[in-house]
Design a protein around this ligand. Structure first.
Ligand SMILES: Nc1nc2c(c(=O)[nH]1)N[C@H]1C(S)=C(S)[C@@H](COP(=O)(O)O)O[C@H]1N2
Ligand SMILES: [Mo]
Length: 513
């Protein structure tokens, strides 16, 4: 085998890895998409990478961070596989040991996901077995380039060996792609979108108040007052969107309660449903950022369920737990203080979109999503903040996450062509559950000017604001700040998003001609 060139050996390694990944896909049709090795390892990376790296990923790739992660994992795997190929060409055992190590990683990743069982080890094991077989075929078995049938002239032997090897490479790689994509497609057909389409939401017992006329200033570059579902930001740690069948879904309200409850989806829909507009914001939203949206949610008041379960003395935290193991911790007192905290089943008149938590999620006015908005929720566990840290807390984020008052300039945008004269300046401001009292704008560090506030449905939603600017030619700096209904004005001091939300005034630079 000594004469197999390094290039061929590396190629053999990469093809063996492709065979492993491809062969695992149809197995994952049976065991669930989260047990597919690439996704399982990617998920492990998401849960364990140091926070700065994750921050960088979100900053650099935005909502594409998951694709970037999967592509990155695949590239890293390919590089290691090429190395294993080169090792295997010298000693097959060394290459096989490499595959075994990766299989162990894949198995460990699949088995440590929330709700995993022993079967979840299968995709990685089957994949590794077939990958090892491919490596043997290409480098030590019948497809190796330098089999030396004797007697034959050396050049011819070499050529034929190369043809055989490359033919094997093509067939194995092609097979891996076909089997992998086929399996992936089959797994996708097991999605819950059909079950979601079949859901009929009952009308609300308490409908949402009408959106007041003029809440939406309807300016071209200004976000709409109600965010359509397709445009609603999405943030979660789920590499594949959890597919939760509403027919088997259960919610357990348990832990430190006097009367534990268990509800089915039908039980939930049979209760009086409340419909409310609530603006949801992410703690990772930078000043001026767009990780915020306003929707009409339909659901069951969480307060009612807690009253029925009867939290014990000292159970000051309600942990929402998702099917995928993600958790958030919400103060029990906040959920019982009368605000419209919902176990939501509907979003803007539709069943929840799958990526926004179908069939059931939490929505709590006034708190950032990471401490309150559990998607694909299956448990509400009463405990205490002293006894349990939810998902983001050990990763350096604050256990308490009330939304900070913020404001944003949407119009004009820094790149707009502006001409001197009256220029409309507009944007949104939010201080959920407290409400926005006023918004001010200033130009070039001059005096603050009162903006006009549009009406809003309630203190739980954002509000649009506008101001007419008599602009002169030149470069200008526009700034905005809001004051909440308690009279607190947004501080100027810039604070990063971690650990409990960004502060500072949104500031843009524009050029007027
Ligand atoms: N299961 C689950 N729920 C989750 C999260 C998550 O990672 N997993 N992320 C939370 C965060 S950080 C935010 S900001 C909101 C975002 O909800 P959206 O994706 O519907 O906008 O969901 C919350 N609920
Ligand atoms: Mo978030």
């Amino acid at each position: 085998m000594g004469s197999t060139s390094r290039g061929y050996a590396a190629l053999a390694g990469v093809v063996a890895a492709a065979v492993a990944i491809g062969a695992a896909e149809p197995v994952a049709v049976l065991t669930g998409p989260r047990s597919a090795p690439l996704v399982a390892v990617g998920g492990l990376v998401v849960d364990t990478v140091p926070e700065p790296v994750k921050q960088f990923g979100i900053a650099a790739f935005g909502t594409y961070d998951k694709t970037a992660l999967l592509v990155g994992t695949a590239l890293l795997l390919a590089a290691c596989a090429a190395l294993f190929g080169v090792l295997a060409a010298r000693r097959l055992g060394a290459g096989l040991a490499g595959i075994a190590a990766f299989a162990a990683l894949g198995v460990a990743a699949a088995l440590t996901r929330a709700g995993a069982d022993a079967f979840d080890a299968l995709p990685a094991l089957v994949g590794a077995g077939l990958g090892a077989l491919a490596l043997w075929l290409l480098l030590a078995g019948p497809l190796q380039p330098d089999l030396s049938p004797w007697p034959r002239p050396a050049a011819e032997v070499e050529q034929e060996g190369r043809r055989r090897f490359l033919g094997g490479v093509g067939a194995l790689a092609g097979g891996a792609v076909v089997v992998g994509l086929g399996g992936h497609w089959l797994a996708g057909r097991r999605s819950v979108s059909a079950a979601r389409r079949a859901v009929v939401l009952p009308p609300p017992a308490a409908p949402a108040p009408a959106v007041p006329a003029g809440a939406d200033l309807s300016l071209a570059q200004l976000v709409s007052y109600v965010t359509p579902n397709f445009g609603f930001y999405r943030i979660d740690t789920a590499l594949v969107v959890p597919q939760v069948d509403p027919d088997t879904w259960r919610l357990r309200v348990h832990g430190r309660v006097r009367r534990p409850l268990e509800l089915s989806f039908a039980d939930l829909l049979a209760r009086p449903l409340v419909e409310r507009y609530v603006t949801l914001a992410c703690v990772s939203n930078e000043v001026g950022g767009d990780l915020i949206g306003n929707a009409r949610w339909l659901g069951v008041p969480i307060r009612d369920l807690l009253d029925e379960a009867g939290p014990e003395e000292g159970a000051d935290q309600v942990v929402g737990r998702s099917v995928d193991g993600w958790t958030c911790g919400t103060p029990t007192a906040v959920l019982r203080d009368g605000r419209d905290a919902l176990l939501a089943v509907g979003m803007n008149g539709e069943p929840l979109p799958v990526e926004h938590g179908f069939p059931v999620r939490m929505v709590v006015p006034g708190l950032y999503g990471y401490v309150s908005a559990c998607k694909w929720v299956t448990e509400l566990e009463l405990t205490s903040f002293a006894d349990f840290d939810a998902y983001w807390v050990p990763r350096g984020w604050s256990a308490q996450g009330p939304v900070k008052t913020q404001s944003r300039i949407d119009v004009p945008r820094p790149r707009n062509r502006l001409t001197a004269g009256t220029i409309p300046v507009a944007g949104v401001a939010w201080a959920q559950h407290r409400g926005v009292r006023s918004v001010e704008v200033r130009v070039d560090g001059g005096p603050w000017r009162q903006a006009t506030l549009a009406p809003a449905v309630s203190a739980d939603t954002w509000v649009q604001w506008s101001w007419r600017w008599e602009a002169t030619p030149g470069e200008h700096v526009l700034q905005v700040r809001a004051t909440d209904a308690d009279g607190e004005t947004q501080p100027e001091r810039r604070q990063p998003v971690a650990p409990d939300g960004a502060t500072g005034w949104h500031t843009i630079r524009v050029t007027v001609r």
